[in-house]
Design a protein around this ligand. Structure first.
Ligand code: MN
Length: 173
């Protein structure tokens, strides 16, 4: 039986198919170089876990906007906070969450754009199994800078997602 299989065209076909399917997988796993530097480790108590900040555009009286590249290691997140002038997040790598108070946490991924309205209490950070990189654009800073609130507890972090079943139709926070 073995010999019949080895000499058959089917066996060769299996080898060719197997080789072809492994190639794209390898290419997909190749890490691309980050666009912006990792920056400095954030030592602020307004964050839980390990996160890094590279300031790209500091606030000034022409733009009233600051732009920073932020990297959250798995499970790292901001405290609850709000921006008097709003904020826009551009997710450039990884996977994480964005949650507004009294709503479910939304899964956010590379390529997502999140508009955070002024004075909206929220947090953002990495998922438990992936880091998250986003560019944080804080706008209208003449209205005031970020207002930091309480930490996102482990319970909030672990339970804030929308359940997979639709048995619980309304947010429970
Ligand atoms: Mn924010």
């Amino acid at each position: 039986m073995k010999n019949i299989l080895r000499s058959s065209p089917l066996f060769l076909t299996i080898i060719v198919v197997a080789c072809n399917t492994t190639q794209p997988e390898t290419a997909k796993e190749t890490k691309t170089e980050p666009v912006f530097p990792k920056g400095e480790k954030i030592t602020s108590t307004n964050f839980t876990g390990t996160a890094w900040l590279q300031m790209l555009v500091p606030n000034d009286s022409t733009y009233y906007t600051s732009i920073g590249n932020v990297i959250f290691e798995p499970k790292a997140r901001t405290n609850w906070h709000k921006h008097p002038g709003g904020q826009i997040l551009l997710v450039t790598d990884g996977k994480g969450y964005y949650q507004e108070k009294n709503k479910y946490a939304q899964l956010i991924r590379k390529g997502d754009v999140i508009k955070i309205p002024p004075e909206t209490e929220h947090w953002h950070g990495a998922s438990s199994d992936s880091s998250l990189t986003h560019i944080a654009i804080s706008t209208n800073l003449q209205k005031g800078s970020v207002v930091w609130l309480q930490p996102v507890t482990d319970e909030e972090y672990n339970s804030g997602q929308e359940p997979l079943s639709s048995s619980r139709p309304t947010p429970y926070h």
